[in-house]
Design a protein around this ligand. Structure first.
Ligand code: MGD
Ligand code: MGD
Ligand code: MO
Length: 787
């Protein structure tokens, strides 16, 4: 394995060296950039290195970086002429298909509307009236407002909000560390994205950001469950196509006929928020028809752990959390689960177990039993025959894989159970730890190596209660749990991405000093007191080793930023200096990168030659049933959930804002359920305003509405409509289509205020029950024709 890894790295290195020597021969290596790497003529980029060698003189410098927001962190190559980026494409030696967003980075870097200087608000918040000030004045204001806030409110009065705009190994990590060195700050708790997945995976399999992308093509049966990889994992969709060529069936469970559904063998429309009921219904069939993998359950899982009559896990020794007890059928006695040569009982239905104990499997069985085919069909709107076929096909067509990849299905009120129920299906059928099987999470290089923070955090002097991110707006408006005096926003755009935009707007208006670090006048920047101009990809050097790509990559600086735009790490270092902790931060970026890499076995020198993948391919997570929990087994009974007064076994709860929840009075007012979907034209609010993307895709918000719902409201295809509820209004163009279930509408994610406004104006800001995530896909609304 190691040998293979070395080989592939050596191959990559060779390729790069060839190119370098060619460049040296041509005598055109760029001198200005820190780690720049030579040049190829732009039209030659599609040729092989040898073809290039044989062709014209060199005209362009070439640099490499990555997309930095929450996409797949594909390696990008930029072509530079006279200090300007003229073209960006996916790097040829990087096994992905490039996308228009990546290519449009030229338009982001060269954008006329880039913020070039720090900007101080002069008009009302939201008016967009600002004046340019110097960095010195900007940093003075930041220092003054932080000191004032600490004095008047305490450290809890500082709010640091950072998210997925730049997921490299430096930016957000350094920001988090800085504010601990200042004594602490309030942070959003949970994530807008996928904390429900974290809350499911950590207890069940012991680890997160574990993906199965390497063996998608080996799968026989793939369920994209509330997930749309044709758009949201675009660069790897070819793997699904390979699997289908190899005979796999592709199934999509989605209320919307998504881009993936269009390429799939089967689309299963479902009532949003009811996915756990469907999974339990499938489990019931799988259990009844004995399609479970007994030996896997007995040897690799906690399905055999015993539970006492009070519903608590039985332990041999209360002091030892891993001392779970099973009933050994050989010796007919209770023993510790990991005793050698035992045959643990799976169910009281098969053997009698003393003390009235039952197994975890018995509890799952009992929970699933409620979900008869009839009950499941009624709740989910999936026909009975489909449920039966789905369950049987999933369990029999091995290896089968479930794709969740931070799915829409888990951005629901009980999203943790949705994610967990998919692991139950994989584990009970032994469909995990093998090529072509498993549950595909978002995954990155951090599942193979540990990347250190560039600057270690400090012990905070003041403990703060963080604010659930779904409730960010309302919490700040109500000063609960704290007043906020200083809000630092970087790598995120709350005005478009946080639920309940009107509350977020009020919060931005209320907080006395809001700093937004961004490169463009975003919807959020409009509400800042101070905007800080930041660099974009190709304007700074950094390290990308995160949760979305299997490679460790260097982000090379290729061009000078416009005006006085600076990388986040420069800004954070300047703030640190003003608070007397500058020495930890004020180092050349190469030093920080080296600190991140320490212990990985990968060096900066290696990265200068190209991306490095520190694991052999194909990678199979939890291979041979080796899980990352404390016992090495998959745990299906989660005590943490019981501690939160929820079921320790996956259970289906109907969400409050659901048209299935007939007891909700709100339903009379708002009889339609709105779900969200991501678009090819943007990554959330990033890329949203770039011209090429507007040319190729839609340039205004759209809403998908079923013909019957449209007709009732006198709405025709193309009409301007208003989607509304008590939280606010979202204005969009109606697309009347059967590509969405009746009573459901589909809203797009990422539109800016300046483009008509975000669909977050209506989204549900209920905190997801177990993972502190969001419930945006459980939103009740109605729709009317504009005007
Ligand atoms: N082009 C593009 N790619 C992206 C992103 C982007 O913004 N743009 N964002 C990235 C990020 S951060 C993430 S988290 C991933 C997300 O990747 P996905 O989860 O694939 O993205 P979504 O479009 O949010 O949701 C997928 C589907 O879930 C459906 N859905 C909504 N509610 C439910 C439900 O209750 N049940 C079921 N079964 N389906 C439901 C929606 O109709 C949608 O088609 O994508 C990543 N990739
Ligand atoms: N309505 C609705 N809301 C959603 C979703 C949805 O489907 N619908 N999806 C949710 C999900 S899954 C996610 S992950 C979140 C994502 O939400 P966010 O994490 O807010 O992601 P983006 O909208 O991409 O915002 C990133 C911002 O960071 C800026 N940025 C880019 N690079 C840098 C940099 O180097 N430094 C700094 N300082 N800024 C930079 C960009 O210009 C952009 O303004 O949204 C969530 N919110
Ligand atoms: Mo996300």
């Amino acid at each position: 394995m190691k040998e293979e890894m070395r080989k592939s790295q050596a191959e990559m290195l060779n390729k790069r060296i060839k190119r370098r020597s060619f460049l040296k021969a041509a005598g055109t290596i760029g001198g200005a950039a820190i780690v720049g790497s030579g040049g190829i003529a732009i039209k030659d980029a599609i040729k092989s290195p040898s073809e290039v060698l044989a062709s014209e003189p060199v005209k362009y410098e070439v640099f490499r970086s990555t997309c930095s927001m929450e996409c797949l962190h594909c390696n990008l190559t930029a072509f530079i002429k006279d200090g300007k980026i003229v073209k960006v494409e996916a790097s040829k030696d990087f096994n992905v298909t490039g996308c228009l967003r990546g290519m449009s980075r030229t338009q982001w870097v060269n954008n006329e509307s880039r913020i070039k200087m720090p900007m101080l608000r002069t008009g009302k918040k939201g008016s967009g009236e600002f004046k340019e000030i110097s960095w010195n004045e900007a940093l003075d204001l930041i220092e003054e407002n932080i000191r004032k806030t600490i004095k008047e409110i305490g450290n809890k009065g500082i709010l640091l909000e950072s998210a997925s705009g730049n997921m490299d190994s430096i930016a957000n990590s350094m920001a988090g560390a800085l504010f601990t060195h200042l004594g602490g700050a309030t942070r959003p708790a949970g994530s807008l994205c996928c904390s429900a997945v974290t809350a499911a995976m950590n207890p069940i399999v012991g680890f997160r950001y574990v993906d199965t992308r390497d063996t998608i093509r080996d799968s026989q049966y793939i369920i994209c469950w509330g997930n749309n990889p044709a758009v949201t994992m675009q660069a790897y969709f070819k793997e699904y196509e390979e699997a289908m060529k190899n005979g796999a069936r592709l199934i999509v469970i989605d209320p919307r006929f998504s881009e993936t559904a269009a390429r799939a063998d089967e689309w299963i429309p479902i009532m949003p928020g009811t996915d756990t009921a469907l999974a339990l219904g499938m489990l019931n069939i799988i259990i009844n028809e004995d399609l479970i993998d007994r030996s896997f359950l007995m040897n690799h899982t906690g399905a055999v752990y015993l539970v006492d009559q009070n519903g608590k896990l039985v332990r041999e020794n209360q002091e030892d959390p891993d001392s779970y007890v099973v009933y050994d059928m050989k010796q007919k006695m209770l023993v510790r689960h990991n005793k050698k040569n035992i045959a643990p009982a799976l169910s009281v239905d098969e053997v009698s177990i003393p003390n009235g104990y039952r197994t975890v499997y018995d509890l799952i069985k009992e929970e699933a039993k409620e979900w008869t085919v009839e009950a499941t069909a009624k709740e989910t709107d999936v026909p009975k025959e489909t449920i039966l076929r789905l369950a049987r096909e999933y369990a029999k067509n091995k290896p089968s894989m479930i794709i969740q990849n931070m799915s829409g299905a888990q951005r629901t009120e009980f999203g943790t159970y949705v994610s967990a129920s998919q692991f139950y299906l994989a584990i009970l059928t032994g469909n995990i730890g093998k090529p072509g099987a498993g549950v595909c999470d978002a995954g990155g290089v951090t599942q193979f190596v540990n990347i250190n923070p560039p600057v270690p955090s400090a012990e905070v002097t003041e403990e703060v209660a963080n604010i659930p991110v779904a409730k960010l707006g309302e919490s700040i408006v109500n000063g609960d749990p704290t007043e906020i005096g200083f809000w630092y926003i970087m790598t995120t755009s709350p005005m478009t991405q946080v639920p309940n935009t009107n509350m977020v707007r009020k919060a931005l208006e209320k907080v006395p000093f809001v700093v937004v670090a961004d490169s463009l006048m975003t919807s959020t920047a409009l509400y800042a007191d101070l905007i800080l101009p930041v660099t974009t990809v190709f304007e700074y050097t950094s390290l990308m080793a995160g949760t979305r790509s299997h490679y460790i990559q260097l982000k090379e600086k290729a061009v000078e930023p416009p005006g006085e735009a600076k990388p986040d790490y420069w800004i954070l270092t300047e703030i640190a200096k003003r608070f007397g902790v500058g020495e930890l931060f004020d180092k050349p970026i190469e030093e920080h990168i080296k600190a991140c890499l320490e212990g990985t076995g990968v060096t900066l020198e290696q990265l200068k030659q190209g991306p490095v993948k520190p694991v052999s391919t194909p990678y199979v997570p939890f291979k041979d049933g080796q899980f990352k929990t404390s016992t090495g087994k998959a745990h299906l009974f989660v005590e943490d959930w019981a501690d939160m007064d929820h079921s320790p076994i996956v259970k289906y709860y109907c969400s409050k804002e659901s048209i299935k929840n007939k007891s909700n009075k709100l339903l009379e007012k708002y009889p339609i359920m709105a779900i969200q979907y991501k678009m090819p034209r943007s990554i959330h609010s990033s890329f949203s305003t770039l011209e090429w993307l507007n040319e190729v895709h839609q340039s205004e918000p759209e809403v998908l509405i079923h013909p019957k719902d449209a007709q009732k409201r006198n709405i025709n295809d193309g009409d301007k409509v208003v989607v509304f509820n008590d939280r606010g209004e979202h204005h969009a163009k109606a697309i009347v289509t059967t590509h969405i279930k009746e009573h459901i509408i589909g809203l797009q994610n990422g539109w800016w205020e300046q483009q008509g406004g975000s669909s977050s104006y209506v989204t549900n800001d209920t905190v997801e029950a177990l993972g502190t995530g969001t419930s945006i896909n459980n939103t009740l609304v109605d729709v009317r024709k504009e005007g």
